[in-house]
Design a protein. Structure first.
Ligand code: GLA
Length: 376
């Protein structure tokens, strides 16, 4: 059953009627361009066919009641929004960022096929699905880029995770069959088709890291420090040549972070070109280099991620592999010749199990469209 069918069935079981609105928003995998979004740089993510669906109906008051199997029920009043704990904060944060005046209450059921905390943007998908639901119920007009921006604001200023714009933007604007090259300075989007005969395989290490938030915020701070030392507004404005003449007082760690960002931006642009030209060998090589840089210069990988990437790269039909998302655990992504995918899955799983104590999961992903209304 699709998440939309599941949400509809669960809604009927809960409320004894059909939902009047059904929306979906996808998770994402980032092919390359990691930790560059909050440095005004380039990213190349795609929305995936794992997504979050909400089946709902409006209420006549300003209460929001949401159910999701396996999680505590959420209930809050839009008229008296207060910060709390748990997954309801994403819903409240979006309502707050949209400006709660005039937003209708609703009751509904949320289902998702995005593993939580696996670096596949389950929270961005929940935010975008919520934003689209409020928009539809409120009869407002949907502007995907604006919805991404306000969902990012919800994440930063309500939930407290200082994220960039990538996850929300791709969940809002994904396109079937395409990754999207995003210039995070002005949010220009260049849809970039996935080469024929190439599959995108997400490799879940089965590990989740709790320290992601503090380490993530620390990396942001180190990048800001490096930009200040170089006297530029953001690391996007540095060139590779600038890195060979760093300011005297530059801390070595900040210089390593800066090098990753500058080179990763170059790799991301080169990867988009390689994809357009069908040069899968080049795309894979750039992904492999990205992983080394994230491991050694940006220091956001983990032993499990390194083991997974090595297991993937050891397979002959694997064009390239790297960690994806914030890091410290979660998923890696590999690009593999489609004809070899079955053999790859067996091989990488066996190698990873041999190298670690963790149980892997593998998701072969299609590039999917962004958030949409199915009923409503
Ligand atoms: C998380 C953030 C994104 C981005 C990535 C790293 O997913 O939400 O904004 O910074 O990490 O590339």
């Amino acid at each position: 059953m699709s998440p939309e069918e599941q949400a509809t069935a669960a809604f009927r079981a809960q409320f004894g009627d059909d939902p009047t609105v059904l929306v979906q928003a996808p998770g994402r995998v980032n092919l390359i361009g990691e930790h560059t979004d909050y440095n005004d740089g380039f990213v190349l993510p795609m929305a995936i066919d794992r997504r979050t669906a909400i089946a709902a109906r409006p209420r006549s008051d300003t209460t929001v009641m949401a159910y999701s199997q396996g999680y505590p029920e959420i209930q809050f009043d839009l008229a008296t929004l207060e910060r709390g704990q748990g997954w309801g904060e994403y819903l409240k944060g979006v309502a707050w960022a949209m400006g709660i005046d005039g937003l209708p209450g609703w009751e509904g059921v949320i289902t998702s096929t995005i593993p939580i905390g696996a670096s596949l943007s389950s929270s961005a998908a929940l935010e975008l699905a919520t934003a689209l639901l409020f928009t539809t119920l409120g009869g407002l007009s949907w502007n995907p880029v604006e919805a991404a921006r306000l969902s990012q604001r919800a994440e930063m200023d309500w939930v407290g995770m200082n994220s960039g714009i990538m996850d929300q933007l791709i969940s809002a604007c994904g396109q079937a069959g395409h990754a999207i090259l995003i210039d995070c300075r002005d949010l220009t989007q260049t849809p970039t088709p996935l080469p024929d005969g190439l599959s995108v395989v997400v490799l879940d290490t089965g590990t989740r890291r709790r320290l992601t938030e503090s380490s993530y915020n620390q990396r942001r701070e180190e990048c800001a420090e490096a930009a200040r030392a170089f006297g530029v507004g953001s690391l996007r404005d540095l060139t590779i040549a600038d890195l060979s003449t760093p300011p005297a007082a530059m801390p070595p760690t900040a210089l390593k972070r800066a090098r990753h960002i500058v080179e990763e931006n170059e790799r991301t642009l080169a990867a988009a070109t390689a994809m357009r030209e069908g040069d899968t060998a080049m795309l894979g090589r750039l992904m492999n280099e990205s992983h080394v840089s994230l491991r050694d210069l940006y220091e956001v990988s983990s032993p499990a991620l390194d083991a997974m990437v090595e297991a993937a790269q050891a397979f002959a039909g694997c064009r390239g592999a790297r960690m994806t998302g914030a890091g410290f655990g979660g998923c890696a992504v590999a690009v593999v010749d489609t004809t070899d995918v079955e053999a790859f899955i067996k091989d990488v799983g066996a190698r990873y199990r041999e190298a670690t104590d963790h149980e892997p999961a593998v998701y072969v992903c299609e590039a999917a469209p962004g958030a949409s209304v199915i009923v409503g």
